[in-house]
Design a protein around this ligand. Structure first.
Ligand code: GLN
Length: 241
C-alpha cells in the first residue's frame, strides 16, 4: 500500500450485508484496478473502531433491528463522521441512509436517535419494493440512476439535505413533491437504491473515485455487459432510452 492507495471502508458488513451492497466496494476496486489505480478494501466489523483516515466509506442496507447496533457503533467510534467533515466521501444505502439521519422509527414504531450526520428523519409506512429509477440531482452526474428498493421507511429531508435524485419510477424517499430519492449533504451521498447501486450506475462509481483521487475525469472503460445490464434494468422499469 502506498500513500496514493485509495482506501475503501465497508462499514459493518455483518449488519449491512443483507442486500448485497458490499458489491459496491468490489465495483469501486475493480474500476480502479482496470485503470491502474491502487486501492484497498477495509472491512470494519463490530469489534473494531471506525477509522477516520479512509477515502470512501460505504454503508449498505440492513434489517430494522440490527441497524440500531450500527448507530451505537458509529456514535461510539465517530471516524466516519470525522472523515466526512474532511474530504472523504460516504455512500449510504437504505438502512445506511436512515441511521445517518437525526432519527428513524424501528419496526415497532419506536423512535431511535440516529448519527445526526444527515438532516433527514424516517418514519415507518407502507413497504416499497421494486425497481427505482431517478434523475440525478448531483452536479457531475447525468445518467439516469437505476436500482432496486425494498424498505418500509419514508424519509423526510430537512433544509440542509437535498435529494440524490428525482424519482421517475418507484417510491425512493416516499415523501416529497416531486418525489425524491436519497439525500446529499456535504460529502455524504445516500439513496434507497440497492442493485448494488454502483454496479448499475458506473457513473456514480467513477464520481466517487474522481473525488477520492482529486481529478475531474477518468479514462472511460468499455464494459458492454454493464451497458446491457443497465439497459435491461431500465427496460424492466419501463424506461426506454
Ligand atoms: N429497515 C429499513 C426499512 O425497511 C431498511 C431496509 C433496507 O435497508 N433495505 O425501511
Amino acid at each position: 500500500m502506498t500513500e496514493s492507495t485509495v482506501r475503501i471502508g465497508v462499514i459493518l458488513p455483518e449488519v449491512f450485508g443483507t442486500y448485497g451492497d458490499g458489491g459496491n466496494a468490489t465495483v469501486l476496486a475493480k474500476r480502479m484496478e482496470w485503470r491502474g489505480i491502487a486501492s484497498e478494501i477495509v472491512s470494519i466489523g463490530l469489534a473494531e473502531p471506525v477509522p477516520s483516515d479512509l477515502d470512501i466509506y460505504l454503508i449498505g442496507g440492513g434489517e430494522d433491528g440490527t441497524q440500531t447496533l450500527a448507530v451505537e457503533h458509529l456514535q461510539k467510534f465517530p471516524g466516519l463522521q470525522q472523515a466526512a467533515n474532511g474530504s472523504a466521501s460516504v455512500l449510504a444505502v437504505c438502512a445506511g441512509l436512515q441511521i445517518l439521519g437525526e432519527w428513524y422509527e424501528d419496526a415497532n414504531g419506536n423512535r431511535v436517535e440516529g448519527v445526526g450526520a444527515l438532516d433527514v428523519r424516517t418514519t415507518m409506512g407502507e413497504r416499497c419494493v421494486g425497481e427505482l429509477v431517478s434523475t440525478p440531482m448531483v452536479p457531475g452526474l447525468s445518467d439516469l440512476l437505476t436500482g432496486f428498493e425494498n424498505h418500509a421507511g419514508s424519509t423526510q429531508l430537512g433544509p440542509d439535505a437535498r435529494p440524490f435524485g428525482h424519482v421517475l419510477r418507484g417510491r425512493g424517499n416516499d415523501v416529497g413533491d416531486p418525489l425524491g430519492d436519497g439525500a446529499v449533504q456535504g460529502n455524504i451521498f445516500s439513496t434507497y437504491m440497492h442493485g448494488p447501486v454502483l454496479a448499475r450506475n458506473p457513473q456514480v462509481a467513477d464520481f466517487l473515485i474522481q473525488r477520492a483521487i482529486g481529478v475531474d475525469s477518468l479514462e472511460p472503460l468499455a464494459l458492454p455487459d454493464v451497458d446491457r445490464f443497465r439497459d435491461e434494468r431500465l427496460e424492466a422499469a419501463e424506461i426506454t432510452g
